[in-house]
Design a protein around this ligand. Sequence first.
Ligand code: ATP
Length: 568
Amino acid sequence: MISGPPTLTINEADEMLNRYNITVLLIVNEQHEPVGLISRLVAGKSIHLGLGNSPVSDYMTTDFATLPPTATLADIQELIIENRQRFIPVVKAGKVLGVITRTDLLHLLVNDPAHIPRRLLAGTDQPSTARNRNLTGLMAEVLNREIIVLLQTLGEVAQETGCHAYTVGGFVRDLLLHIKNLDLDVVIEGDGLAYAKKLGKKLGGRVRTHEKFGTAVVSLPDGLKIDIATARLEYYEYPAAMPTVELSSIKLDLYRRDFTINAMAIHLNPDTFGTLVDFFNCQNDLKDRQIRILHNLSFVEDPTRIFRAIRFEQRMGFKIGKHTEKLIKNAVKMELFDRFFGKRFFNELTSILSEENPIPAIHRMADLGLLRFLHPTLRIDPKLSTIMEETRQALAWHRLLYLDQPCRQWLVYLLALMTGLTTREVSAFCERFEVPLRHRQFLVREKLAVIRIAGIMKRAMPESPSGLYHLLKELSPEGLLHLMGITKKKSGKKAISLHVTEWSQLKPQTDGNDLEKMGYLPGPLYGTILRCLLNARLDGLVHDRATETVFIKEHFSLPDHDTAHGHP
Ligand code: ATP
């Protein structure tokens, strides 16, 4: 039996896999206990990704089943066919005695066809019955009628187009958790673009297609958007004696997804409407509240998934699985992110900062050593912790006001996280993560303004409401909330809250027409008068049209013949 120690490098493991022409290498510890499996595919991909010198222990699969020497053919079939484990160590008293591979099983089945399961011969690769329960009852419980009818229509159009439609990802995950999620991601086995066009026509929606990726978005008249993707068909050859088994493309699509909890689908075609498609035992992870990747190179292929793992973990109160956490730590250790800056990363960061309370996720990022990828000096010290918490309170307060002006929470949290950085460092961050220009300019402008205003509030805070108003008025809602988050002075917080709730809405009741009627000549004087009136209103010197008129007459003389001169 061929095996190697966990200290073997991936290059060395790959050499052994090639030398002995095997597809999986068993990794055993000093006590000869099986501790992992590394496949030729994983080794090859790892080398391609520049990880050849890493120990196999970093990328080997540790989550596998073993069998005792007394196991029956049925046990072997169950593991290899139902659980899709290709390689089974046979273990007695903890020590490996030998291995059984999928090829061994296939040889046996070819030599004795009576054992061939019907499913395999049928040439399909469907999940086992236990995993494809019908979810129509659950749909009726969680979703409203319109959505169910829409899902049925999606299936009918698939039938008419001669393809298969599945809804996948977050929608399925949330449905199984009894949460209504209206983000519909649909995967089509067949021509996704033709399907999207037909669907658009049937529902009177607008269709935007991306031919290159085989994707489309159908925007319905009620504002709902449906994302449509095409699953590609790929073939897998069994050894010559066996029929060619076509791996269903939905399976490959699901296998490429980020986590098991997001790797389930629901079949929508009329005959099988509502059938859950769960190839990888994903329901178990949902039940165990675990975030797990589907394969060991997942984070190497796409490190943004690390941020997604943290976001889902914190949002749903799940736990990142032990093996998955180990792979995250490996990725961090290898500084994988240096190669993966850019837009996609920034989008994941904004998603984290848009969660209802992103602070636990930020702490988790800090614990996993991820903050330094945002900026090398970024640390969650007590000062930054306080600022984050004050920011959360400011945002919660603002939300309760139900104001019309929108406030982008993620920008407020990003400004808070970057409190300790210079504007030059913020610019460098924006450059690295390809932050769109409008956000980049906004961040730098607001940061500069907040630093200046916070300084004035600390040294010489204006006493009058009008003085404070003119200090704060240049800030956006996000800038104001950021200032609220970093201001320690109670009087400063109070001023900001008055500004948001009252001062920023105040306007004199008198306008240009009134001034003309009163006999003032139109010109720059009007601006001066209205500014003075606003200040008087802020400071409580006037409170209605009558008192405003008295104030104007008192402070601004009417034109004498044809010359107008005013004095504030
Ligand atoms: P949310 O509720 O936050 O919208 P979601 O699961 O719908 O969560 P999306 O970002 O909308 O998340 O992604 C939709 C689906 O696409 C996911 O459920 C997942 O299956 C897949 N996906 C998204 N990003 C990745 C990624 N980086 N790698 C692999 N699969 C991904």
